[in-house]
Design a protein around this ligand. Structure first.
Ligand SMILES: Cc1cc2nc3c(=O)[nH]c(=O)nc-3n(C[C@H](O)[C@H](O)[C@H](O)COP(=O)(O)OP(=O)(O)OC[C@H]3O[C@@H](n4cnc5c(N)ncnc54)[C@H](O)[C@@H]3O)c2cc1C
Length: 430
Protein backbone atom coordinates (compact mmCIF):
# COMPACT_ATOMS: atom_id res chain seq x y z
CA UNK A 1 0.00 0.00 0.00
CA UNK A 2 1.24 3.54 -0.69
CA UNK A 3 0.80 5.76 2.35
CA UNK A 4 1.74 9.42 2.75
CA UNK A 5 1.85 11.05 6.19
CA UNK A 6 1.69 14.81 6.16
CA UNK A 7 3.52 15.95 9.30
CA UNK A 8 6.57 14.42 10.95
CA UNK A 9 5.55 14.94 14.58
CA UNK A 10 4.99 12.06 17.03
CA UNK A 11 1.75 10.96 15.28
CA UNK A 12 3.13 10.85 11.72
CA UNK A 13 6.50 9.32 12.56
CA UNK A 14 5.19 6.76 15.01
CA UNK A 15 2.45 5.75 12.60
CA UNK A 16 5.07 5.23 9.88
CA UNK A 17 7.12 3.05 12.25
CA UNK A 18 4.11 1.07 13.46
CA UNK A 19 2.74 0.51 9.94
CA UNK A 20 6.13 -0.59 8.58
CA UNK A 21 6.54 -3.06 11.44
CA UNK A 22 3.22 -4.64 10.49
CA UNK A 23 3.67 -4.50 6.73
CA UNK A 24 7.24 -4.23 5.51
CA UNK A 25 5.93 -3.96 1.95
CA UNK A 26 4.11 -0.68 2.53
CA UNK A 27 5.59 2.27 0.72
CA UNK A 28 5.47 5.05 3.33
CA UNK A 29 6.52 8.67 2.95
CA UNK A 30 6.51 11.28 5.73
CA UNK A 31 6.47 14.91 4.62
CA UNK A 32 7.68 17.36 7.26
CA UNK A 33 7.94 21.09 6.57
CA UNK A 34 10.67 21.73 9.18
CA UNK A 35 14.29 20.76 8.76
CA UNK A 36 15.59 17.94 11.04
CA UNK A 37 15.99 18.91 14.70
CA UNK A 38 14.03 22.11 14.25
CA UNK A 39 10.77 21.89 16.09
CA UNK A 40 8.56 24.00 18.27
CA UNK A 41 8.28 23.61 22.04
CA UNK A 42 10.49 22.17 24.71
CA UNK A 43 10.01 19.00 26.74
CA UNK A 44 7.00 16.71 27.02
CA UNK A 45 6.17 14.60 30.05
CA UNK A 46 4.92 11.06 29.95
CA UNK A 47 4.37 8.14 32.31
CA UNK A 48 5.17 4.45 32.63
CA UNK A 49 2.18 3.40 30.59
CA UNK A 50 3.61 4.96 27.43
CA UNK A 51 6.88 3.10 27.94
CA UNK A 52 4.93 -0.16 28.33
CA UNK A 53 2.96 0.48 25.16
CA UNK A 54 6.07 1.46 23.21
CA UNK A 55 7.98 -1.60 24.41
CA UNK A 56 5.16 -3.82 23.16
CA UNK A 57 4.96 -2.03 19.86
CA UNK A 58 8.60 -1.37 19.03
CA UNK A 59 11.18 -2.22 21.70
CA UNK A 60 13.97 -0.56 19.75
CA UNK A 61 12.58 2.98 19.73
CA UNK A 62 11.22 2.42 23.25
CA UNK A 63 14.71 1.74 24.56
CA UNK A 64 16.08 4.85 22.85
CA UNK A 65 13.26 7.01 24.24
CA UNK A 66 13.77 5.56 27.69
CA UNK A 67 17.53 6.20 27.55
CA UNK A 68 17.00 9.79 26.41
CA UNK A 69 14.44 10.71 29.05
CA UNK A 70 14.78 12.40 32.41
CA UNK A 71 13.06 11.11 35.52
CA UNK A 72 11.24 13.59 37.76
CA UNK A 73 9.97 12.72 41.21
CA UNK A 74 7.25 14.38 43.27
CA UNK A 75 5.32 17.47 42.33
CA UNK A 76 5.66 20.77 44.22
CA UNK A 77 2.87 23.30 44.32
CA UNK A 78 4.36 26.61 45.46
CA UNK A 79 2.07 29.47 46.36
CA UNK A 80 3.59 32.91 46.90
CA UNK A 81 0.85 35.38 47.75
CA UNK A 82 0.03 38.08 50.29
CA UNK A 83 -2.18 35.69 52.28
CA UNK A 84 -0.23 32.47 51.98
CA UNK A 85 3.36 31.60 51.18
CA UNK A 86 4.38 27.97 51.14
CA UNK A 87 4.68 24.67 49.30
CA UNK A 88 2.47 21.60 49.09
CA UNK A 89 3.35 18.25 47.51
CA UNK A 90 1.96 15.49 45.35
CA UNK A 91 3.84 12.20 45.21
CA UNK A 92 4.51 10.11 42.15
CA UNK A 93 6.97 10.35 39.31
CA UNK A 94 7.11 10.58 35.56
CA UNK A 95 9.51 11.13 32.71
CA UNK A 96 10.23 13.96 30.35
CA UNK A 97 12.02 14.29 27.07
CA UNK A 98 12.93 17.18 24.80
CA UNK A 99 10.57 17.20 21.84
CA UNK A 100 13.47 17.60 19.38
CA UNK A 101 15.26 14.54 20.84
CA UNK A 102 12.07 12.47 20.65
CA UNK A 103 11.51 13.37 17.01
CA UNK A 104 15.13 12.62 16.18
CA UNK A 105 14.81 9.10 17.64
CA UNK A 106 11.55 8.45 15.80
CA UNK A 107 12.95 9.81 12.53
CA UNK A 108 16.03 7.59 12.73
CA UNK A 109 13.94 4.54 13.52
CA UNK A 110 11.48 5.23 10.70
CA UNK A 111 14.35 5.65 8.23
CA UNK A 112 15.99 2.42 9.42
CA UNK A 113 12.73 0.61 8.69
CA UNK A 114 12.65 2.01 5.16
CA UNK A 115 10.31 4.96 5.57
CA UNK A 116 11.07 7.89 3.26
CA UNK A 117 11.19 10.86 5.67
CA UNK A 118 11.37 14.13 3.73
CA UNK A 119 12.30 17.11 5.87
CA UNK A 120 11.89 20.61 4.53
CA UNK A 121 9.00 19.51 2.30
CA UNK A 122 5.69 21.22 2.85
CA UNK A 123 2.21 20.41 1.68
CA UNK A 124 1.34 23.87 0.36
CA UNK A 125 -2.11 23.32 -0.99
CA UNK A 126 -4.36 20.91 0.94
CA UNK A 127 -6.61 20.69 -2.13
CA UNK A 128 -3.70 19.07 -3.95
CA UNK A 129 -3.02 16.02 -1.78
CA UNK A 130 -0.23 13.60 -2.70
CA UNK A 131 -1.11 10.49 -4.74
CA UNK A 132 -1.56 7.65 -2.26
CA UNK A 133 -3.90 4.89 -1.14
CA UNK A 134 -4.08 6.58 2.25
CA UNK A 135 -3.13 10.08 3.36
CA UNK A 136 -2.53 10.41 7.10
CA UNK A 137 -3.13 14.01 8.14
CA UNK A 138 -0.74 14.23 11.09
CA UNK A 139 -0.08 17.93 10.55
CA UNK A 140 -0.88 19.03 14.09
CA UNK A 141 -3.51 21.16 15.80
CA UNK A 142 -3.46 23.74 13.00
CA UNK A 143 -3.89 21.00 10.35
CA UNK A 144 -4.48 22.64 6.99
CA UNK A 145 -5.81 19.40 5.59
CA UNK A 146 -8.46 19.27 8.31
CA UNK A 147 -9.28 22.95 7.92
CA UNK A 148 -9.77 22.56 4.18
CA UNK A 149 -12.41 19.86 4.87
CA UNK A 150 -13.72 21.24 8.16
CA UNK A 151 -17.35 20.66 7.27
CA UNK A 152 -16.81 17.06 6.27
CA UNK A 153 -14.79 16.32 9.42
CA UNK A 154 -17.30 18.26 11.54
CA UNK A 155 -14.57 20.23 13.30
CA UNK A 156 -15.38 22.11 16.51
CA UNK A 157 -12.88 24.50 18.06
CA UNK A 158 -13.16 26.01 21.51
CA UNK A 159 -10.45 28.53 22.31
CA UNK A 160 -9.22 28.77 25.89
CA UNK A 161 -9.32 32.03 27.80
CA UNK A 162 -5.85 32.11 29.37
CA UNK A 163 -2.78 33.21 27.43
CA UNK A 164 0.22 30.87 27.82
CA UNK A 165 3.76 30.79 26.51
CA UNK A 166 5.95 27.67 26.13
CA UNK A 167 9.48 28.53 27.34
CA UNK A 168 12.64 26.79 28.46
CA UNK A 169 14.86 27.65 31.42
CA UNK A 170 18.44 26.85 32.42
CA UNK A 171 17.20 26.21 35.95
CA UNK A 172 17.44 22.46 36.47
CA UNK A 173 14.32 21.26 38.21
CA UNK A 174 14.24 17.75 39.60
CA UNK A 175 10.53 17.66 40.41
CA UNK A 176 7.49 18.80 38.51
CA UNK A 177 6.95 22.32 39.87
CA UNK A 178 3.86 24.53 39.77
CA UNK A 179 4.75 28.02 40.94
CA UNK A 180 1.99 30.61 41.55
CA UNK A 181 3.02 34.25 42.08
CA UNK A 182 0.74 37.07 43.12
CA UNK A 183 1.51 40.37 41.38
CA UNK A 184 -0.27 43.75 41.66
CA UNK A 185 -2.06 42.80 38.40
CA UNK A 186 -3.16 39.36 39.63
CA UNK A 187 -1.82 35.83 39.73
CA UNK A 188 0.59 34.33 37.21
CA UNK A 189 2.03 30.81 37.32
CA UNK A 190 4.27 28.33 35.61
CA UNK A 191 4.39 24.57 35.17
CA UNK A 192 8.04 23.43 34.99
CA UNK A 193 9.83 20.10 34.69
CA UNK A 194 13.29 18.85 33.69
CA UNK A 195 13.64 18.07 29.98
CA UNK A 196 17.31 17.70 29.08
CA UNK A 197 19.29 16.10 31.86
CA UNK A 198 21.51 18.57 33.69
CA UNK A 199 20.77 21.34 31.20
CA UNK A 200 17.27 22.54 30.42
CA UNK A 201 13.84 22.48 32.01
CA UNK A 202 10.56 23.30 30.34
CA UNK A 203 8.61 26.22 31.75
CA UNK A 204 5.06 26.98 30.59
CA UNK A 205 3.83 30.35 31.88
CA UNK A 206 0.09 31.03 32.09
CA UNK A 207 -2.20 33.68 33.56
CA UNK A 208 -5.67 35.17 33.20
CA UNK A 209 -6.28 37.72 30.42
CA UNK A 210 -6.74 40.43 33.09
CA UNK A 211 -3.32 39.74 34.62
CA UNK A 212 -1.79 39.51 31.15
CA UNK A 213 -3.07 42.96 30.25
CA UNK A 214 -2.39 44.36 33.73
CA UNK A 215 1.28 43.35 33.47
CA UNK A 216 1.48 44.89 29.99
CA UNK A 217 2.25 41.50 28.40
CA UNK A 218 -0.31 42.21 25.69
CA UNK A 219 1.73 45.12 24.35
CA UNK A 220 5.25 43.83 24.97
CA UNK A 221 7.03 41.93 22.24
CA UNK A 222 7.09 38.29 23.54
CA UNK A 223 10.91 38.32 23.70
CA UNK A 224 10.87 41.56 25.70
CA UNK A 225 8.44 39.93 28.12
CA UNK A 226 11.08 37.40 29.14
CA UNK A 227 13.02 39.77 31.50
CA UNK A 228 9.73 40.74 33.15
CA UNK A 229 8.79 37.08 33.67
CA UNK A 230 12.30 36.36 35.01
CA UNK A 231 11.78 39.14 37.53
CA UNK A 232 8.37 37.86 38.62
CA UNK A 233 9.65 34.29 38.96
CA UNK A 234 13.10 35.31 40.28
CA UNK A 235 12.74 33.28 43.47
CA UNK A 236 11.21 30.23 41.78
CA UNK A 237 13.89 30.21 39.07
CA UNK A 238 16.60 30.87 41.63
CA UNK A 239 17.87 33.73 39.45
CA UNK A 240 18.17 31.54 36.34
CA UNK A 241 17.18 32.59 32.82
CA UNK A 242 14.13 31.82 30.79
CA UNK A 243 14.76 30.86 27.17
CA UNK A 244 12.37 31.97 24.50
CA UNK A 245 13.86 30.67 21.24
CA UNK A 246 13.50 26.97 20.56
CA UNK A 247 14.01 26.84 16.77
CA UNK A 248 15.47 30.20 16.03
CA UNK A 249 12.08 31.83 16.53
CA UNK A 250 10.89 33.42 19.76
CA UNK A 251 8.05 31.68 21.58
CA UNK A 252 4.69 33.44 21.27
CA UNK A 253 1.77 33.89 23.62
CA UNK A 254 -1.06 31.62 22.58
CA UNK A 255 -4.49 30.51 23.67
CA UNK A 256 -5.15 26.81 23.70
CA UNK A 257 -7.42 25.45 20.96
CA UNK A 258 -9.50 22.58 22.24
CA UNK A 259 -10.62 20.84 19.06
CA UNK A 260 -12.64 17.78 18.21
CA UNK A 261 -14.14 16.28 15.04
CA UNK A 262 -17.37 14.44 14.30
CA UNK A 263 -15.36 11.98 12.18
CA UNK A 264 -11.65 11.45 11.57
CA UNK A 265 -12.04 9.97 8.10
CA UNK A 266 -12.91 11.57 4.79
CA UNK A 267 -12.41 9.27 1.80
CA UNK A 268 -8.78 8.10 1.93
CA UNK A 269 -7.75 10.92 4.29
CA UNK A 270 -7.48 10.08 7.98
CA UNK A 271 -6.70 12.36 10.91
CA UNK A 272 -4.27 11.37 13.69
CA UNK A 273 -2.84 13.10 16.77
CA UNK A 274 -3.47 16.79 17.34
CA UNK A 275 -5.02 17.13 13.88
CA UNK A 276 -7.86 14.91 15.18
CA UNK A 277 -8.10 15.99 18.83
CA UNK A 278 -6.28 18.21 21.28
CA UNK A 279 -6.02 17.84 25.05
CA UNK A 280 -5.02 20.78 27.22
CA UNK A 281 -1.36 20.73 28.22
CA UNK A 282 -2.22 20.45 31.93
CA UNK A 283 -3.16 16.86 31.08
CA UNK A 284 0.35 16.26 29.69
CA UNK A 285 -0.92 13.57 27.33
CA UNK A 286 -1.09 14.89 23.75
CA UNK A 287 2.08 13.15 22.62
CA UNK A 288 1.09 9.88 24.24
CA UNK A 289 -2.37 10.04 22.68
CA UNK A 290 -0.90 10.84 19.27
CA UNK A 291 1.39 7.81 19.50
CA UNK A 292 -1.46 5.53 20.57
CA UNK A 293 -3.56 6.81 17.62
CA UNK A 294 -0.60 5.82 15.45
CA UNK A 295 -0.52 2.26 16.81
CA UNK A 296 -4.28 1.79 16.61
CA UNK A 297 -4.40 3.08 13.02
CA UNK A 298 -1.48 0.89 11.94
CA UNK A 299 -3.03 -2.09 13.66
CA UNK A 300 -6.39 -1.52 12.04
CA UNK A 301 -4.78 -1.35 8.58
CA UNK A 302 -3.02 -4.63 9.26
CA UNK A 303 -6.25 -6.33 10.36
CA UNK A 304 -8.63 -5.41 7.55
CA UNK A 305 -7.80 -6.06 3.90
CA UNK A 306 -10.15 -3.25 2.85
CA UNK A 307 -8.52 0.08 3.80
CA UNK A 308 -11.92 1.79 4.04
CA UNK A 309 -13.07 -0.73 6.67
CA UNK A 310 -9.76 -0.29 8.50
CA UNK A 311 -10.14 3.50 8.60
CA UNK A 312 -13.76 3.23 9.74
CA UNK A 313 -12.81 0.84 12.56
CA UNK A 314 -10.00 3.16 13.68
CA UNK A 315 -12.32 6.15 13.56
CA UNK A 316 -15.11 4.57 15.58
CA UNK A 317 -12.94 2.84 18.14
CA UNK A 318 -10.32 5.45 18.82
CA UNK A 319 -12.62 8.47 18.64
CA UNK A 320 -14.86 6.93 21.29
CA UNK A 321 -11.77 6.39 23.46
CA UNK A 322 -10.86 10.04 23.18
CA UNK A 323 -14.20 11.46 24.27
CA UNK A 324 -13.80 11.08 28.07
CA UNK A 325 -10.16 12.13 27.87
CA UNK A 326 -11.02 15.27 25.97
CA UNK A 327 -13.80 16.00 28.46
CA UNK A 328 -11.28 15.69 31.31
CA UNK A 329 -8.88 17.96 29.45
CA UNK A 330 -11.63 20.53 28.97
CA UNK A 331 -12.40 20.44 32.71
CA UNK A 332 -8.73 20.89 33.47
CA UNK A 333 -8.44 23.88 31.15
CA UNK A 334 -11.52 25.48 32.76
CA UNK A 335 -10.20 24.89 36.26
CA UNK A 336 -7.05 26.82 35.47
CA UNK A 337 -9.25 29.57 34.01
CA UNK A 338 -11.07 29.92 37.32
CA UNK A 339 -8.10 29.78 39.64
CA UNK A 340 -9.07 32.96 41.46
CA UNK A 341 -11.80 30.99 43.24
CA UNK A 342 -9.14 28.85 44.94
CA UNK A 343 -6.11 31.08 45.42
CA UNK A 344 -7.12 32.41 48.83
CA UNK A 345 -6.64 28.92 50.28
CA UNK A 346 -3.52 27.73 52.05
CA UNK A 347 -1.09 25.77 49.81
CA UNK A 348 -2.17 22.31 51.02
CA UNK A 349 -5.90 23.00 50.53
CA UNK A 350 -5.22 24.69 47.20
CA UNK A 351 -3.16 21.72 46.00
CA UNK A 352 -5.91 19.35 47.09
CA UNK A 353 -8.48 21.35 45.10
CA UNK A 354 -6.17 21.10 42.09
CA UNK A 355 -5.78 17.35 42.48
CA UNK A 356 -9.55 16.74 42.61
CA UNK A 357 -10.57 19.16 39.92
CA UNK A 358 -12.05 16.28 37.91
CA UNK A 359 -14.50 15.66 40.73
CA UNK A 360 -12.81 12.61 42.22
CA UNK A 361 -12.94 13.72 45.86
CA UNK A 362 -12.96 11.20 48.68
CA UNK A 363 -11.96 11.25 52.34
CA UNK A 364 -9.39 8.56 51.58
CA UNK A 365 -7.79 10.69 48.85
CA UNK A 366 -7.74 13.64 51.20
CA UNK A 367 -5.98 11.60 53.89
CA UNK A 368 -3.35 10.44 51.38
CA UNK A 369 -2.86 14.07 50.34
CA UNK A 370 -2.32 15.17 53.95
CA UNK A 371 0.13 12.30 54.56
CA UNK A 372 2.09 13.29 51.41
CA UNK A 373 2.88 16.64 53.03
CA UNK A 374 5.11 14.81 55.54
CA UNK A 375 8.70 14.62 54.28
CA UNK A 376 9.30 11.13 55.76
CA UNK A 377 6.22 9.80 53.95
CA UNK A 378 7.46 11.23 50.65
CA UNK A 379 10.91 9.71 51.22
CA UNK A 380 9.36 6.28 51.93
CA UNK A 381 7.22 6.55 48.84
CA UNK A 382 10.22 7.50 46.69
CA UNK A 383 12.13 4.46 48.01
CA UNK A 384 9.18 2.18 47.25
CA UNK A 385 8.79 3.68 43.77
CA UNK A 386 12.46 3.28 42.89
CA UNK A 387 12.16 -0.42 43.72
CA UNK A 388 9.03 -0.65 41.60
CA UNK A 389 10.73 1.16 38.73
CA UNK A 390 13.72 -1.20 38.87
CA UNK A 391 11.37 -4.19 38.69
CA UNK A 392 9.34 -2.67 35.82
CA UNK A 393 12.48 -1.84 33.85
CA UNK A 394 13.65 -5.44 34.20
CA UNK A 395 10.25 -6.77 33.16
CA UNK A 396 10.27 -4.56 30.08
CA UNK A 397 13.76 -5.69 29.18
CA UNK A 398 12.65 -9.32 29.49
CA UNK A 399 9.56 -8.74 27.35
CA UNK A 400 11.46 -6.74 24.77
CA UNK A 401 12.00 -9.80 22.62
CA UNK A 402 8.27 -10.08 21.80
CA UNK A 403 7.73 -9.47 18.09
CA UNK A 404 6.27 -6.05 17.44
CA UNK A 405 3.51 -7.56 15.35
CA UNK A 406 1.95 -9.11 18.44
CA UNK A 407 0.71 -5.80 19.78
CA UNK A 408 -3.00 -5.30 19.23
CA UNK A 409 -4.97 -2.11 19.25
CA UNK A 410 -6.52 -3.43 22.43
CA UNK A 411 -3.11 -3.67 24.08
CA UNK A 412 -2.43 -0.06 23.24
CA UNK A 413 -5.83 1.04 24.40
CA UNK A 414 -5.63 -0.98 27.59
CA UNK A 415 -2.24 0.48 28.26
CA UNK A 416 -3.71 3.88 27.74
CA UNK A 417 -6.80 3.40 29.91
CA UNK A 418 -4.72 2.03 32.75
CA UNK A 419 -3.71 5.63 33.34
CA UNK A 420 -6.67 7.74 34.36
CA UNK A 421 -8.09 10.25 31.93
CA UNK A 422 -7.49 12.69 34.74
CA UNK A 423 -4.48 14.90 34.87
CA UNK A 424 -1.60 12.72 35.92
CA UNK A 425 0.48 15.86 36.39
CA UNK A 426 -1.60 16.91 39.31
CA UNK A 427 -3.36 13.85 40.55
CA UNK A 428 -1.78 12.52 43.68
CA UNK A 429 -2.03 8.94 42.52
CA UNK A 430 -1.80 6.78 45.63
C1 LIG B 1 2.43 24.08 25.97
C2 LIG B 1 2.27 22.64 25.62
C3 LIG B 1 2.81 21.65 26.43
C4 LIG B 1 2.64 20.30 26.12
N1 LIG B 1 3.15 19.37 26.96
C5 LIG B 1 2.96 18.06 26.70
C6 LIG B 1 3.46 17.07 27.57
O1 LIG B 1 4.09 17.38 28.58
N2 LIG B 1 3.22 15.77 27.27
C7 LIG B 1 2.52 15.39 26.16
O2 LIG B 1 2.31 14.19 25.95
N3 LIG B 1 2.05 16.31 25.30
C8 LIG B 1 2.24 17.64 25.54
N4 LIG B 1 1.76 18.58 24.67
C9 LIG B 1 1.00 18.15 23.49
C10 LIG B 1 1.89 17.67 22.34
O3 LIG B 1 2.85 18.64 22.02
C11 LIG B 1 1.02 17.36 21.13
O4 LIG B 1 -0.15 16.71 21.51
C12 LIG B 1 1.78 16.46 20.15
O5 LIG B 1 2.91 17.14 19.65
C13 LIG B 1 0.88 16.01 19.01
O6 LIG B 1 1.63 15.34 18.05
P1 LIG B 1 1.24 15.42 16.49
O7 LIG B 1 2.25 14.62 15.78
O8 LIG B 1 -0.18 15.10 16.34
O9 LIG B 1 1.36 16.96 16.11
P2 LIG B 1 2.67 17.88 16.08
O10 LIG B 1 3.64 17.44 17.12
O11 LIG B 1 2.18 19.28 16.14
O12 LIG B 1 3.33 17.60 14.66
C14 LIG B 1 2.75 18.07 13.48
C15 LIG B 1 3.87 18.21 12.48
O13 LIG B 1 3.32 18.52 11.19
C16 LIG B 1 4.16 19.45 10.55
N5 LIG B 1 3.34 20.14 9.56
C17 LIG B 1 2.28 20.96 9.77
N6 LIG B 1 1.76 21.38 8.61
C18 LIG B 1 2.50 20.82 7.63
C19 LIG B 1 2.45 20.88 6.20
N7 LIG B 1 1.52 21.63 5.55
N8 LIG B 1 3.37 20.19 5.48
C20 LIG B 1 4.32 19.44 6.12
N9 LIG B 1 4.41 19.35 7.47
C21 LIG B 1 3.51 20.03 8.22
C22 LIG B 1 4.64 20.35 11.68
O14 LIG B 1 5.83 21.03 11.35
C23 LIG B 1 4.82 19.34 12.82
O15 LIG B 1 6.15 18.84 12.87
C24 LIG B 1 1.93 19.93 24.95
C25 LIG B 1 1.39 20.92 24.11
C26 LIG B 1 1.56 22.25 24.45
C27 LIG B 1 0.98 23.30 23.54
Amino acid sequence: MRIVCVGGGPAGLYFAISAKLRGAGHEITVIERDPPEATYGWGVVYWNDLLDIMHHNDPESARAVSAGSVLWQDQEIRLHGSRHDGTAYFGGYGYSMGRAALLEILTRRAQALGVDVRHGEKLDDPADLPEADIVVAADGAGSRIRQSRAERFGTEVDTGRNPYIWLGTDRQFESFVFDFEETPAGWIWFHAYPSIKGKISTCIVECSPQTWRGLGLDTLDPEDAVPLLEKIFHRALDGHNLISRSRGEPARWQRFSHLSNRTWVDGNVVLAGDAAHTTHFTLGSGTRLAMIDAIVLAHSLSQYPDPQVALREYDQHRRAELQPIQAAARTSMSWFEQLDDYLDRDPVSFAYAMSVRHGNQSSWRHRVHLATQIAAVRRARRAYESGKRWYEDRSRARGATAPAGTVTSRTAVEGHTRGTPEDPRTINSP
